[in-house]
Design a protein around this ligand. Structure first.
Ligand SMILES: Nc1ncnc2c1ncn2[C@@H]1O[C@H](COP(=O)(O)OP(=O)(O)OP(=O)(O)O)[C@@H](O)[C@H]1O
Length: 688
């Protein structure tokens, strides 16, 4: 306590206790003395502690009755002043509060101020206030009540509420003294909750008061809440019915939502996921990364514990620039992967077929002269076509007459050098002594007969292609010289010292087994590897018999045209003989035989008899071999059906049609066809 404060007990003697006017008088006096002695008065009673003596409302609410004792605390800086003030206040409080007219006026002013203050308070509180007195006359109607009821206080104050608001519960509450709490009513756009209580002063009903609360906003909010709840349920339903798995986690990584699809995909139940933390479930996972970086990770593929492969899109949830969590959407792509696998296979096939198409298309006109339908000849042409796009050295291998030179020409004419010379050298046909000067040229006077300078084939082939045929025939000294040209594209003329550089593309060919020559030391290994950069193999004609009919047709047409004669046709038997023959001289031999046959032909049908006997002999031999093998087969113990099958097969092979085979066997063509079907004999199987 302040050392200068004085506590004084005072007995209230006024017969009405401290009622409103007395309270006002005390406040008036307290204000006066406080000023005069520079002190502060406080009052206390029961639960009221150190209440300012200058507040009328507080003083009234202390409900101090006559004969009651209160404590007055006087606080001041000056001891004497404080003591004096305390004594004066004590005397005044114990007096009978006689008041003269002047103090009455100021007391009334004070009361007026307090009433105005109360009115101000009533008008500014958020609740509506409606008060009636014991005669049902409205005594208070504040601004909020005006707003809620839509009438002004002038229209209602001083009037009987039963006339202005017949529906009001106030008169009944005043009469029955029973409060009515929480009564809700709709007035226009407002929803109002009313608490009505009787006003009882000293056991007497002095009216009733209604406190009105506008809960329209609350109602609206609760509606909104309801709507939001409905919306939430709707979204939940949507999320539950989508097939993608959805997992939502908060900023700490705690899983706050997973849908059914998510559980199904990852093979876990709700309990195993909800509320769990992604840092525990997969500390190295993408979800943790997204939470750390705030950057989305889209299309991440991973395999789950249950063996399912998933693709996940993970997005961070960013609110006001802060990572608040994330959403992961997953799809089961196990089946998709299988499909992808299949698609890859199909794509690879498509690519292959596309390449094949390009390969066959890309051959270009330079390859038109090469006739054939077999896969083998197409493969060789495809490599040649590719080789023509580069300057690499090509080595063409194949028996004599298989078309090596034709391929070499095709490479040249489909290359960028096609406008430049294509120079052919048959290394086997030129005597070794002459070959060097043939290839590299010679200077005037290089040898006795050399009267003038001669350019070699390499120089002639400058900017173009040189085709070195029969490369296996080169002797060792020439191999060395050739190696230098192949390596450096430079040489010296015979008898010359100047190094000549040329830009030549080299295509070599041989029908020899170079690998054998390497072993015997007859061919230099270094030259072999220099030449064999792009090897092209031309298979012998007997290994691609399907080319024979088209070659026969091609040569027949070409020869007839050259001979200016009508076109011819080839009897089946004759064609069969040509197909059967082994063709050691390959395409060249076939071309020669066709030429000879057509020149000697009377009429326009080539029959078996027109074909040279050694070719047919071969055919006959084959036929004899067939009969022999038939007899050998028959020597074995076979069933009747097996014999029948062999006979039908042989007859079809020999005669080529059901009709002819039927005639030869004394059967109808239908019977032969039926038996062929029964034994599953197909015509394609009959062609060798
Ligand atoms: N696929 C083919 N289409 C058309 N004609 C061909 C075919 N193959 C070869 N010929 C012809 O056959 C003959 C021999 O061909 P080429 O001279 O190219 O064979 P080669 O393999 O170089 O023979 P050699 O080894 O005897 O020199 C030529 O008249 C050629 O036009």
């Amino acid at each position: 306590m302040n050392p200068n404060s004085i506590l004084r007990k005072v007995m209230i003697k006024h017969k009405k206790g401290l009622h409103a006017r007395v309270a006002a008088m005390i406040v008036q006096k307290a204000v006066e003395l406080q000023k005069e002695h520079e002190v502060i008065f406080k009052v206390q009673k029961g639960t009221f502690k150190e209440v300012p003596l200058t507040s009328i409302l507080l003083l009234i609410s202390m409900r101090i009755k006559a004969g009651e004792e209160i404590e007055i605390l006087t606080i001041g800086n000056d001891v004497i002043e404080t003591k004096e003030a305390s004594e004066k206040m004590g005397i005044y409080l114990e007096s009978d509060f006689d008041y003269d007219q002047t103090s009455m006026n100021s007391i009334d002013n004070l009361l007026q101020d307090n009433i105005l203050t109360a009115e101000n308070i009533f008008n500014n509180i958020g609740n509506g206030l409606l008060v009636i007195d014991e005669n049902n006359i409205v005594t208070l109607f504040n601004t909020e009540a005006e707003r809620l009821f839509g009438i002004t206080s002038d229209q209602i104050i001083g009037k009987n509420i039963k006339e202005v608001m017949p529906e009001s519960e106030l008169p009944e509450v005043a009469r029955t003294k029973k409060p009515k709490i929480g009564y809700t009513q709709n007035r226009g756009k407002y929803t109002i909750v009313t608490n009505t209580t009787p006003l009882i002063v000293e056991n007497e009903t002095r009216g009733a008061v209604s406190i009105l609360e506008d809960i329209s906003k609350l109602v609206k909010i609760s509606w909104q809440l309801k709507e939001i709840k409905e919306l939430k349920e709707k979204y939940q339903l949507i999320l539950e019915s989508v097939q993608d798995g959805i997992c939502v986690f908060d900023h700490k990584g705690k899983i706050t939502y997973v849908n059914v699809a998510y559980c199904q995909i990852v093979g876990k139940n709700l309990k195993e996921l909800m509320g769990k933390n992604i840092h525990d479930l997969s500390p190295e996972g993408d979800r943790v990364k997204v939470l750390k970086t705030g950057q989305p990770i889209l299309g991440g593929i991973s395999e789950k514990e249950n063996g399912v492969t998933i693709v996940a899109n993970i997005n961070p949830l960013i609110v006001d620039g802060q990572i608040r969590g994330g959403i992961s959407t997953i799809k089961d792509i196990t089946q998709l992967q299988d499909l992808m696998e299949k698609l890859n296979q199909i794509s690879a096939k498509a690519d292959y077929l596309q390449e094949e198409l390009i390969r066959t298309k890309r051959l270009g006109p330079a390859f038109d002269r090469i006739i054939g339908v077999s896969g083998k000849i197409y493969d060789s042409m495809a490599i040649a076509a590719k080789a023509s796009l580069s300057n690499y050295t090509v080595l063409i291998r194949g028996e004599s007459g298989t078309g090596k030179e034709l391929i070499a020409e095709a490479i040249h004419y489909s290359s960028a050098r096609d406008k430049e010379p294509f120079i052919r050298v048959n290394c086997g046909a030129i005597p070794p002594t002459l070959l060097e000067s043939e290839l590299f040229g010679h200077e005037k006077g290089a040898f006795t007969s050399a009267v003038k300078t001669k350019l070699g084939r390499f120089e002639l082939a400058h900017k173009g292609t040189i085709f070195l045929d029969e490369i296996g025939e080169l002797d060792k000294s020439m191999q060395v010289k050739l190696l230098r040209v192949v390596q450096n594209k430079e040489f010296q003329r015979v008898g010359g010292e100047k190094t000549i550089k040329v830009d030549v593309r080299i295509v070599a060919a041989t029908n020899q087994n170079l690998e054998e020559l390497l072993k015997t030391g007859d061919f230099r290994e270094d030259l072999y590897y220099r030449l064999n950069v792009i090897p092209i193999w031309l298979p012998p004609l007997r290994e691609r018999k399907e080319d024979i009919p088209v070659l026969v047709e091609y040569f027949a047409e070409k020869i007839c045209k050259d001979l200016e004669r009508d076109s011819i046709i080839l009897e089946k038997e004759a064609m069969h003989a040509l197909i059967q023959y082994d063709w050691p001289g390959n395409v060249r031999e076939l071309e020669n035989i066709m030429e000879r046959t057509i020149i000697l032909l009377d009429g326009d049908v080539i029959r078996l008899g027109h074909i040279p006997s050694y070719v047919v002999g071969n055919h006959q031999e084959n036929m004899n071999k067939s009969v022999e093998s038939l007899i050998t087969e028959m020597d074995h113990e076979l069933t009747y059906e097996e014999y029948e099958k062999i006979i039908i097969k042989k007859a079809l092979k020999k005669h080529g049609s059901y009709n002819k085979a039927g005639k030869a066997l004394g059967l109808t063509h239908n019977t032969v066809a039926a038996k062929a079907r029964k034994f599953n004999i197909r015509f394609e199987d009959l062609i060798d």
